[in-house]
Ligand binder design. Structure first.
Ligand code: GLA
Length: 379
């Protein structure tokens, strides 16, 4: 839905002129499940985002309308009970986390909408959290810095949605910059923008959505994190970051085989992110692509967050001569991210769509994304 639509819907419902804020979803070129291990990630914000119309209402209540769901929820800012609606918990959580940090949140009305596909691994929930964190900070003149805005979104996931996520998605949504990926060191929180223009080198970046939904709430994601934390503790480290394959091998008899495989993926992934950053600076897309395939292999076999549908899409990509392909995001369904030579693009999309539909009974969705700016006020 466009900005005009949320604005129009807001005026119809609440009878006054709102301010408009937006914050995007993200892709991640490489560096998966490294954020909560203190490692590196390499995301970029995309041209798919949440948009919210907001206006203070002079009360101590939040009245929210989710336009895409045609659903309404209301909660008090003094209440600590979670709203029943899952989507409202993100807004509730952001308000609570700002208040926890000493910020003032006054009652407001809001209408929001978005075009970030849900459950596709593109961080629709981070987009929603960042939109409200950014807006409430701006409206209230709270002066919260951008890293803290990202942490407010992350804490919302931890404390109100049951996902012990890392910082990547919220960071990307807040800090995104058009035409640039961001290499973030999740231990020091230092980051750098890298210009990213695959087209200039004869490549295209495309996402193929299996439309298989992952369910990160509950155990699988948190279980992966717990495995990594056990191995880090056994190594006497705060994070897995910086551990070597040698130190892991030395520990092998003392940890479970499952934990060993989880840690093996994370340690390998740390190196791959740095390799990809170097390769990108040299215009060496071949190496970028090879590392993407290696990441997929690790996510599938060692980290076990892929699924048959996604493994199938990566196999088809390989058969079509695609330079790099892998499952993207937390896993358990969602999209593959593919780096493909421009001249192979049409054939790849046609072949992958047809083969996938024949095998799995439904057609995957194809998204071309443009690397875009992060959270902002519109107009
Ligand atoms: C989800 C989480 C992120 C990150 C990725 C995997 O998107 O929200 O923090 O851990 O999975 O890289």
């Amino acid at each position: 839905m466009s900005t005009t639509n949320v604005k129009q819907l807001f005026i119809e419902r609440f009878g006054a002129e709102p301010a408009i804020y937006t914050s995007p979803g993200r892709i991640n070129l490489i560096g998966e499940h490294t954020d909560y291990n203190g490692g590196f990630v390499f995301p970029g914000a995309i041209d798919k985002a949440m948009v919210a119309a907001i206006r203070p209402n002079g009360s101590d209540r939040v009245r929210a309308y989710a336009a895409d769901l045609d659903a309404y929820a209301e909660f008090g800012l003094e209440e600590s009970d979670l709203p029943a609606e899952q989507w409202a918990r993100y807004i509730f959580g952001v308000c609570r986390e700002i208040i926890k940090r000493g910020g003032t949140v006054k009652g407001f009305d809001t209408v929001f909408s978005g075009n970030v596909p849900l459950g596709a691994g593109l961080s629709s929930s981070a987009a929603l959290e960042s939109t409200f964190a950014f807006a409430l900070n701006d409206i209230g003149g709270l002066g919260i810095d951008k890293f803290e805005l990202a942490r407010i979104g992350q804490s919302t996931e931890h404390n109100y949605c049951g996902v012990k996520c890392g910082i990547m998605d919220q960071f990307a949504s807040v800090f995104g910059k058009a035409g640039h990926l961001m290499r973030l060191d999740c231990r020091s929180m230092e980051f750098a923008y890298f210009p990213f223009a695959p087209e200039a080198h004869g490549y295209r970046l495309v996402l193929i959505d299996s439309v298989v939904k992952h369910e990160l709430v509950g155990s699988p994601y948190n279980d992966r994190r717990a495995s990594c934390e056990r191995v880090a503790a056994a190594l006497g480290q705060e994070f897995l970051r910086g551990a070597t394959m040698e130190s892991l091998e030395a520990l092998r008899g003392q940890i479970s085989e499952e934990d060993y495989h989880r840690a093996r993926f994370v340690i390998g992934e740390e190196r791959r992110v740095l390799d990809v950053c170097d390769a990108l600076e040299k215009g060496d897309y071949q190496t970028v692509g090879e590392r993407m395939y290696q990441t997929h292999e690790g996510l599938s076999k060692d980290y076990e967050v892929s699924c048959e549908e996604l493994d199938y899409l990566v196999d088809v990509a390989r058969e079509c001569g695609v330079t790099g392909s892998r499952i993207m995001g937390g896993g358990f369904g969602g999209c593959t991210i593919n780096l493909v030579r421009a001249e192979l693009y049409d054939n790849f999309i046609a072949t992958a769509s047809a083969k996938f539909a024949e095998k799995w009974g439904h057609t995957p969705k194809v998204y071309e994304v443009v690397i875009s700016d992060g959270a902002r006020k519109v107009e």
